[in-house]
Design a protein around this ligand. Structure first.
Ligand code: GLU
Length: 489
C-alpha cells in the first residue's frame, strides 16, 4: 500500500476562510486516523491574487487550532520546495514530456480572438469552450510562430468523443461526456502553470495518496484524471468535501456574516468550539454524540461517512457549542480568556479592588452559565467596573409600585444589609437576611429585590441581586443603594 500522505493546498489570497478550516480539519482527521503525513503546499501560481504575508498568517491561524504539518514551506521536508512558484523547473520538465507525447499543444490565439469567440458562443447560447483552432497546427508552424515571438499558452488535448469515468471516494463513479470537456489552459502565456497542471504534477511528485479538496473542484476531476493518464501516472484517491452553505442556501460568503477564522477567534469563540462545530459540517459520528474533542474526532472519523450534500453553516449551533465549552472551563482559565475583553471595563474603574484577579474571577463566574462568546463579557459586566452608574430613576420602581413606596422599601433594604457583618457578606447570608425581613413585614419579593437589583446594576436584566451584591462587596453595594435612594428623592 502507498504511504498515506495528504496535503492542504491553499492559495495565499488572504485570510483563512472558515470553510477552508473545515477542509483542513477533515483532512487532518483523516491523516491522523490513518497515521499518515500532512503536507502544506502553497498554490501561488495566480500571482495577481496573492496577498503578502497571507501564508504566514495562515500558518499562525492553523497553529491556534493545533494543526501542525509534517512537511511544508515553514518546516521543510524531502519533497520540496512546497511553494509552487519555486517549482517552475519541475513543471517545465513534465510539460516537455507531455508535449512530446502529443497530449498538449501550443495555442497562439490572441485574447481578442478568444473574446470574440466567447461572445459569439454566448450569442448562440453555446457553452463557452475553446474552438480548438490551434489543436492541429503542424510542428513547423508552431516552431515558426514561437521563433517570431508570438505569445502562446499550452492547452490540454481532451478526447473528442466517448466518456471519461472518474471516481470520487464519497460520491462513487462520475461519468463525463468528452464533448463537454474543454481544451483548457495548462500553462499560461507567462510560462506559469494553472492549478490544473501544477496540482497534478505536485500531487504526483509529492506522492500524495488522497487528494482532499472542496466540492467546487469536482469539475476538475476529469481533467486531472486525463492528465494522470497522459503522463502514465497512477492517480491518487480523490475525496471531495461537501460545500459549506449559508442559511439561504448559497455558498457561504462575506455577505452572510463573518467568514474569516480570525474574526471568530476575535469574537471570543473558543478553539474547541470552532473545531467541534466545523467537523460536523458534512460529517456526523455514528454514535450521534456531537460533543467531540480533537482526539475523539480522530478516533471516530471515517471519510466514508462524509455526506456528499452541502452543509449549512448555522452560527446558532456554533454559539451552542461555544456556550458549552465556556461552561466546561475552570474559572481561572475562563477569567484569563475573558481578560482581553474586559480591558475597556478595567480602564473605567479607579477602584483597585476591582482590578484584582479575584474580582475578575467573581465577575466572570456570574456570567459563565450564560455566556455564548467571550466578547459579550465586557458589555454584560460593565456595571461591575463603573464608578457611577447612569440610569433613569424610573428603573428602580417595580411594576405597580410607586416611587414613594420604593423609597420606603429601599430604606429597609439598606438597613437590613448594613447589619450583615463584613466577614459574612455572601450571597446566602444576604439572601437569608432580606428574605426573612420581607417575610416578617409581609411584603412582596419584587417590591424589595427589584429596586435593589436595579440600583446595583443600573439595568433591566442582570444576574440576581444577592449574587451581584456579593461580588460588588458590602461597601460598594450600600453605596449604590444609597445612590438609588437619592435618585428617588
Ligand atoms: N489552491 C486550491 C484552493 O485554494 C486548492 C484546491 C486543492 O486542494 O486541490 O482552493
Amino acid at each position: 500500500m502507498k504511504n498515506i500522505r495528504l496535503r492542504f493546498a491553499p492559495s495565499p489570497t488572504g485570510f483563512l476562510h472558515i470553510g477552508s478550516l473545515r477542509t483542513v480539519l477533515f483532512t487532518y482527521a483523516i491523516v491522523k486516523k490513518m497515521e499518515g503525513k500532512f503536507i502544506l503546499r502553497i498554490e501561488d501560481t495566480d500571482q495577481k491574487r496573492e496577498v503578502e504575508g497571507a501564508t504566514e498568517e495562515l500558518i499562525k491561524s492553523l497553529e491556534k487550532f493545533n494543526i501542525n504539518f509534517d512537511e511544508g514551506p515553514h518546516v521543510g521536508g524531502d519533497f520540496g520546495p512546497y511553494i509552487q512558484t519555486q517549482r517552475l523547473e519541475i513543471y517545465n520538465k513534465h510539460l516537455k514530456d507531455l508535449l512530446a507525447k502529443g497530449e498538449a499543444y501550443h495555442c497562439f490565439c490572441t485574447p481578442e480572438r478568444l473574446g470574440k469567440m466567447r461572445a459569439d458562443q454566448a450569442a448562440n447560447k453555446q457553452a463557452p469552450r475553446y474552438d480548438r483552432a490551434c489543436r492541429d497546427l503542424s510542428p513547423e508552424i508552431v516552431e515558426a510562430k514561437i521563433k517570431t515571438g508570438e505569445k502562446f499558452v499550452i492547452r490540454q488535448k481532451m478526447p473528442l468523443d466517448g466518456v471519461v469515468k472518474v471516481f470520487d471516494e464519497i460520491r462513487g463513479e462520475i461519468i463525463y461526456k468528452a464533448q463537454d470537456l474543454d481544451d483548457h489552459v495548462l500553462i499560461k502565456s507567462d510560462g506559469v502553470p494553472t492549478y490544473q497542471f501544477a496540482s497534478v504534477v505536485d500531487d504526483h511528485e509529492m506522492e500524495i495518496s488522497h487528494v482532499t479538496r472542496a466540492e467546487e473542484w469536482i469539475p476538475s476531476l476529469p481533467k486531472n484524471i486525463l492528465l494522470y493518464q497522459s503522463f502514465g501516472w497512477e492517480p491518487p484517491k480523490f475525496i471531495h468535501y461537501p460545500a459549506v452553505l449559508s442559511k439561504n442556501g448559497g455558498k457561504l460568503s462575506k455577505r452572510d456574516g463573518d467568514v474569516a477564522v480570525e474574526d471568530y477567534l476575535n469574537k471570543g469563540y473558543l478553539v474547541e468550539a470552532i473545531i467541534n462545530f466545523c467537523i460536523l459540517l458534512g460529517w456526523h459520528p455514528k454514535d450521534d454524540n456531537e460533543i467531540l474533542s480533537m482526539s475523539e474526532i480522530i478516533e471516530k472519523f471515517d471519510y466514508k461517512d462524509i455526506r456528499p450534500s452541502g452543509s449549512i453553516f448555522d452560527v446558532e449551533k456554533l454559539d451552542y457549542f461555544n456556550g458549552y465549552y465556556i461552561r466546561q472551563k475552570s474559572l481561572d482559565e475562563l477569567a484569563e480568556l475573558c481578560k482581553p475583553y474586559l480591558e475597556e471595563n478595567l480602564a473605567k474603574t479607579s477602584d483597585k479592588k476591582q482590578q484584582t484577579k479575584e474580582y475578575l474571577k467573581n465577575v466572570v463566574r456570574l456570567e459563565q452559565e450564560r455566556l455564548k462568546k467571550l466578547s459579550e463579557i465586557g458589555e454584560r459586566t460593565e456595571y461591575f467596573f463603573t464608578d457611577k452608574l447612569e440610569y433613569d430613576a424610573k428603573l428602580l420602581v417595580w411594576k405597580k409600585s410607586t416611587p414613594e413606596q420604593t423609597k420606603e422599601n429601599f430604606d429597609q433594604v439598606y438597613k437590613v444589609l448594613e447589619k450583615i457583618p463584613d466577614d459574612s457578606w455572601t450571597n446566602n447570608s444576604i439572601g437569608d437576611a432580606l428574605m426573612s425581613h420581607i417575610q416578617a413585614v409581609g411584603g412582596k419579593n419584587g417590591d424589595y429585590l427589584w429596586p435593589m437589583r436595579a440600583a446595583l446594576t443600573g439595568r433591566e436584566a442582570s444576574p440576581g441581586p444577592f449574587d451581584v451584591a456579593e461580588v460588588l462587596g458590602k461597601e460598594k453595594s450600600l453605596e449604590r443603594i444609597k445612590e438609588g435612594l437619592e435618585r428617588l428623592s
